[in-house]
Design a protein around this ligand. Structure first.
Ligand SMILES: Cc1ncc(COP(=O)(O)O)c(C=O)c1O
Length: 405
């Protein structure tokens, strides 16, 4: 029997896997253009405006607002819904802190809905269970690029008349029932951080079809500044400055020409890996929501019946870019802003404030399915530059470790 490389044998893969190379001639040309214009300030430039126009067209929405990060894109979404302090916002237990920051900055309380077993996404039934008279919004997270079950989630949201924000930071051009995620709920949010399908190193986009939210989104990004005319100013409400520069707009324009192909390629590579490992009894391949297509920001799988940490160590020894347990713990156990309520000075605001008189404790046991399944989760960092041979090597290594561990 072939012995795994962890015992000092030959690894399946000695040559490094192809790296991402997101930037090229197109980005350079447009960035140079922006710099030569002698203006990098978006309100008086044309790159960010043009990007927003093209992104809105691709998504078939009326409003797209570019900002400085995914975190700001989500904060803009919440700021445009304008919930009362002390409102509850239901979201996913496993995500980046960027999903949570805007909730707290707007004085709201994050409430976590558990994963549905072996989907790595929020369970619509648990979302419904977590709804109270204080719920002001639901933020769904299409984790790893797998669409959430939007039919069921939107049915729950409609029943209780609660707006839905979609965190699509890991799910560009990802379809569910033939439509892009980000257009099912009231608002869609995207990150252009370096690792994302579409990137400018940093950046964010918020989209909507709703006029009230759309108009407020532009104001919320820009200190609430009305910018009606030069001279006397009107700042209409409290809001930060999340304006991107023309450089972000320029790079975004070039990325927008490539992003759909990036997603297509990842979708075919990820689905191919699933096909190759689907009969390995110790593995459950990446789940794909019925009616959806996965965009594989990363390739997730569940390890069953074997020690998952050792399984991943074995894969790494075979030269495979594998990682164990994604964020390690659910966000409410990773974040001291939640776990220890380290927010504004020593106030603990918005928790235990005049706006929120319920006791809330972020501790293990809040979302048992997510807590358990994270410990069984492996990911493979695939990207659009990989070939079919690269995927075959990953499958070979997975089979080898499964047999030999
Ligand atoms: C699911 C999710 N939400 C939010 C964010 C925040 O995005 P950013 O890092 O651009 O602020 C990220 C990315 O890190 C993410 O993956």
């Amino acid at each position: 029997m072939e012995k795994p490389a962890i015992n000092g044998r030959e690894p399946i893969r000695k040559k490094p896997f192809p790296a991402r190379k997101p930037f090229g001639k197109e980005e350079i040309k447009l960035v140079v253009e922006a710099i030569k214009s002698q203006n990098l300030f978006a309100p008086s430039g044309n790159k960010v405006k043009e990007f927003e126009k093209q992104f809105a067209e691709k998504y078939g929405v009326k409003y797209a607002v570019m900002s400085t990060s995914g975190t700001s894109a989500i904060h803009i979404a919440i700021g445009s819904i304008n919930p009362e302090p002390g409102s509850e916002i239901i979201t996913a237990p496993v995500t980046d802190f960027g999903t949570i920051a805007g909730i707290l900055y707007q004085g709201c309380i994050p409430i976590f809905a558990d994963w549905k077993k072996y989907t790595f996404n929020m369970d619509p039934e648990d979302i419904e269970k977590k709804i109270t008279e204080k719920t002001a919004a639901i933020i769904v997270v299409h984790l790893f690029g797998n669409p959430c079950d939007m039919d069921k989630i939107m049915a729950v949201a409609k029943k209780y008349k609660i707006p839905v924000i979609e965190d699509c930071c890991q799910a560009y051009f990802t379809t569910y029932r033939g439509k892009y995620v980000g257009t099912f709920g009231d608002i869609g949010c995207f990150s252009m951080q370096q690792s994302k399908h579409m990137t400018a190193g940093e950046g964010g986009i918020t989209i909507t079809n709703n006029k009230k939210y759309g108009e407020r989104m532009f104001l919320f990004r820009d200190k609430g500044w009305q910018r009606l005319s030069f001279g006397s100013r009107a700042y209409l409400f409290l809001a930060p400055n999340y304006r991107p520069t023309e450089i972000t707009g320029a790079i975004g324009l070039a990325q927008l020409k490539k992003a759909e192909n990036v997603v297509k390629k990842r979708n075919s590579l990820g689905d191919m890996l699933t096909e190759l490992i689907k009969d390995v009894p110790e593995i459950l391949p990446a789940p794909v929501t019925s009616g959806g297509k996965h965009s594989y920001w990363t390739y997730p799988f569940k390890i069953i019946g074997l020690n998952p940490k050792k399984f991943i160590e074995g894969l790494k020894a075979e030269g495979i870019p594998a990682a164990y347990a994604y964020t390690g713990k659910p966000i409410y156990l990773c974040s001291d802003a939640l776990r220890r309520k380290k927010t504004f000075g020593n106030s603990g605001y918005p928790f235990n404030s005049q706006y929120y008189n319920k006791e809330i404790e972020y501790k293990a046991g809040l979302c048992p399915v997510a807590e358990k399944e994270l410990t069984l989760l492996g990911t493979i960092g695939i990207n659009e530059n990989w070939s079919e041979k690269d995927i075959k090597d990953v499958a070979k290594a997975i089979k080898k470790i499964a047999k030999n561990l």
